[in-house]
Design a protein. Structure first.
Length: 339
C-alpha cells in the first residue's frame, strides 16, 4: 500500500513558518516583560477593565504636577529667605551703629560713613531684584518684571519730594510719606515699584494645599528698612547741603527706622518659614500617595518574574524543537533559520 501524507510540502512549509513567527513574537513579548517587569498586553491582563489603572495613572500625573509646583515654591521661598537674611545682616549692623554714631561721632566721621551706606542701599536694591528660574521673587503677581526700577531715578524722585525741608524730622517725614503714598500720588508705588501686590501668586502644592508668595518689595514689613536706608542715601546725595546738626539727627531718624525694620524682617522670615513648612508637609503627603499608587499599579500590571522566566524557558524549548524539525525537513542551518 502506498503511504499518503495529508499535508503537502507547501502546506508543511507554511505551518512551520507560522509556528516560527508565533514563537518569535511570544519570545519578544516575554523578553520585554522580563526586562521591564510589566505585562506587554495590559488590557488583556486586566480583563479589559481599564478603569482602575486609568484612575491610578491620572492620579499619579496630577501628583507629579503638584510635586513640581512644590519644588518650585520651595526653591523660591528658600531664595527669599536667603535674600531677607542678607538684608537683615546689613540692617542689624547698621541700625544700632547709626544710633550710636549719632551721639558720639563728630561731623567728619558721620560724613565718612555716608558713601558706604548708599552703596549698601544699592546692594539691597539688587537683592530685592533677585531672579530665580525667570521669576522675580519680590514682584508679587508680576513675577516677570524686576520689582524695583532705577535706583538713581528713585533718588531723583526722593530729592524732589524732600525739596524745601530743612529739619531732619521734616526730611524723614517726607521720605516716609513718599514711600507710603498711594498709587497715583507720585510716590514709591508710581516711580520705583514695578511689581504688583494684587493678583494671584498661589501655587497648588497638593490636592488640598496652596501657598502664595505675597511678600513683595512694597510690603510694609520691608518698607521701614527702605525708609531708613533712603534717609541715609538722601544725606549722602545732599552732601554739604545738610549741615552737621541736621546730619546727626538724620542718623538718629534712620537708625530708629532700621531697628524697627529688623523686626519686620524677622516677621517676614517667620511667615516664609511657615509657608515652607506647608510645602514640606505637602511634599511628604504627595510622596506617600505616589508610593501607595505605584504599588497598586504594580499589583495590576507587573509581570510575575517566576512565571515569565518559566514561560520563556518553554518558548525557547519549543523554538529549539521547531528548529530541529525544520532543519531535518529542509536541511537548514541555524543562521538560515534565524535570518
Amino acid at each position: 500500500m502506498t503511504s499518503f501524507n495529508s499535508i503537502g510540502d507547501l502546506s508543511r512549509t507554511f505551518q512551520l513558518r507560522l509556528g516560527q513567527s508565533s514563537l518569535k513574537s511570544r519570545l519578544d513579548q516575554l523578553t520585554q516583560e522580563m526586562m521591564t517587569g510589566i505585562k506587554t498586553d495590559v488590557p488583556k491582563a486586566l480583563g479589559g477593565d481599564l478603569h482602575k489603572i486609568s484612575h491610578i495613572e491620572g492620579r499619579l500625573a496630577m501628583l507629579s504636577s503638584f510635586q513640581l509646583n512644590a519644588s518650585e515654591a520651595q526653591a523660591q521661598f528658600q531664595a527669599m529667605q536667603t535674600a531677607l537674611e542678607s538684608i537683615k545682616d546689613t540692617v542689624d549692623d547698621l541700625g544700632p551703629s547709626l544710633l550710636t554714631q549719632a551721639g558720639g561721632s563728630d561731623e567728619n566721621q558721620l560724613r565718612s560713613q555716608l558713601g558706604g551706606i548708599e552703596q549698601n542701599f544699592r546692594s539691597m536694591f539688587s537683592t530685592l531684584n533677585t531672579n530665580v528660574a525667570g521669576r522675580y521673587l519680590f514682584s508679587g503677581s508680576r513675577s516677570d518684571t524686576a520689582p524695583l526700577g532705577s535706583f538713581d531715578d528713585m533718588m531723583t524722585a526722593l530729592g524732589t519730594a524732600v525739596s524745601g525741608a530743612t529739619t531732619a524730622s521734616d526730611i524723614a517725614a517726607r521720605i516716609d510719606a513718599w514711600f507710603d503714598a498711594p498709587a497715583g500720588a507720585g510716590g514709591f508705588l508710581d516711580t520705583t515699584f514695578q511689581g504688583s501686590d494684587s493678583g494671584s501668586t498661589s501655587l497648588a502644592v497638593s490636592p488640598d494645599s496652596q501657598v502664595s508668595m505675597s511678600l513683595t518689595a512694597n510690603s510694609s514689613t520691608l518698607r521701614d528698612t527702605l525708609k531708613g536706608m533712603a534717609i541715609m542715601a538722601y544725606a549722602s546725595e545732599a552732601g554739604t547741603g545738610v549741615d552737621g546738626a541736621t546730619l546727626r539727627d538724620l542718623f538718629t531718624e534712620a537708625g530708629s527706622r532700621l531697628v524697627k525694620g529688623s523686626t519686620g524682617l524677622i516677621s517676614a522670615a517667620a511667615d516664609l518659614g511657615q509657608r515652607q513648612a506647608v510645602v514640606t508637609q505637602a511634599q511628604t503627603r504627595n510622596g506617600a500617595e505616589v508610593t501607595a499608587l505605584t504599588v497598586a499599579r504594580s499589583n495590576l500590571i507587573n509581570a510575575d518574574p517566576y512565571e515569565t522566566a518559566t514561560a520563556l524557558e518553554e518558548v525557547e524549548a519549543k523554538i529549539e524543537s521547531l528548529y530541529a524539525l525544520t532543519a531535518r525537513l529542509s536541511r537548514l542551518n541555524l543562521t538560515d533559520y534565524l535570518s
